[in-house]
Design a protein around this ligand. Structure first.
Ligand SMILES: Nc1ncnc2c1ncn2[C@@H]1O[C@H](COP(=O)(O)OP(=O)(O)OP(=O)(O)O)[C@@H](O)[C@H]1O
Ligand SMILES: [Mg+2]
Length: 226
């Protein structure tokens, strides 16, 4: 059974009465444990597809089967619940809370989940140690480098033990050395069993992946296996 299965997925945005066909019939299967990468020109539909896969949004038509369950037409609450337990998200601009320390940022999803303080701190500390930031627990985002901020964001994405880590341009704001560090970290997490789904513009980043799909005009143009 595939972890993710998309059948004839279409997504239209409606803007000022005009329909923008952002995805035009996507068929795709992603298995547990894959390191999957999406590339393609700006506007080709990569983020739209990421939003659907990560249950942030619903398709206009088509079927999305996640772990054997048809989630295409679930309501917002059900999608949010599914996302929280299955998927960790990482973004280009890190999306950390600036008024919270590294530790507090990683704790946040657990706080929402009602986990008691002692356990929250313990889990958040462990994850920050895992991403090499055991000595930066009480730093605020502005006191951290870009790469360190992204590592905090990765630790936060892992805090609910997701099966899938999805990252849209995770190295877009980082220099090439720092990008390599982040990609090495994602590679290690993937080796440990995490399914990684990534969007990037950069061939240097895509080469970490064994399977690269190229998007064009809302469709999959081609796929490369390495
Ligand atoms: N909320 C929206 N409302 C209307 N149109 C949208 C919306 N979001 C995206 N689009 C359009 O859908 C198409 C796909 O956008 P998407 O953000 O998925 O592209 P992308 O491949 O992620 O591009 P980039 O590489 O620049 O991030 C684009 O033509 C975009 O203008
Ligand atoms: Mg995008």
């Amino acid at each position: 059974m595939s972890l993710i299965r998309l059948e004839e997925i279409k997504k239209d945005y409606r803007l000022d009465g005009v329909i923008v066909p952002a995805l035009q019939g996507i068929n795709l299967e992603i298995n547990q444990g894959e390191f999957f990468c999406m590339m393609g020109a700006s506007g080709s539909g990569k983020s739209t597809l990421m939003n659907l896969i990560s249950c942030m949004d619903r398709p206009t038509s088509g079927k999305y089967i996640l772990e054997g369950e048809d989630v295409s037409q679930l309501d917002k609450n059900a999608l949010a619940h599914l996302r929280n337990k299955t998927i960790g998200l990482v973004f280009q601009n890190f999306n950390l809370l600036s008024s919270a320390t590294a530790l507090e940022n990683v704790e946040l999803p657990l706080l929402y989940g009602g986990v008691p303080a002692v356990e929250r701190v313990k889990t958040a500390k462990q994850l920050l140690e895992k991403v090499g930031l055991g000595d930066r627990l009480h730093h605020y985002p502005t006191q951290l480098s870009g790469g360190q901020q992204q590592r905090v964001a990765i630790a936060r994405a892992l805090v609910n033990s997701p099966k899938i880590l999805m990252a849209d341009e995770p190295t877009g704001n980082l220099d090439s050395q720092t990008s390599d560090d982040i990609m090495a970290m994602l590679t290690q997490l993937n080796k440990d069993g995490l399914t990684v789904i990534l969007v990037t513009h950069e061939p240097d980043v895509a080469r970490y992946s064994k399977r690269v799909v190229l998007m064009k005009d809302g469709k999959i143009l081609k796929e490369e296996k390495r």
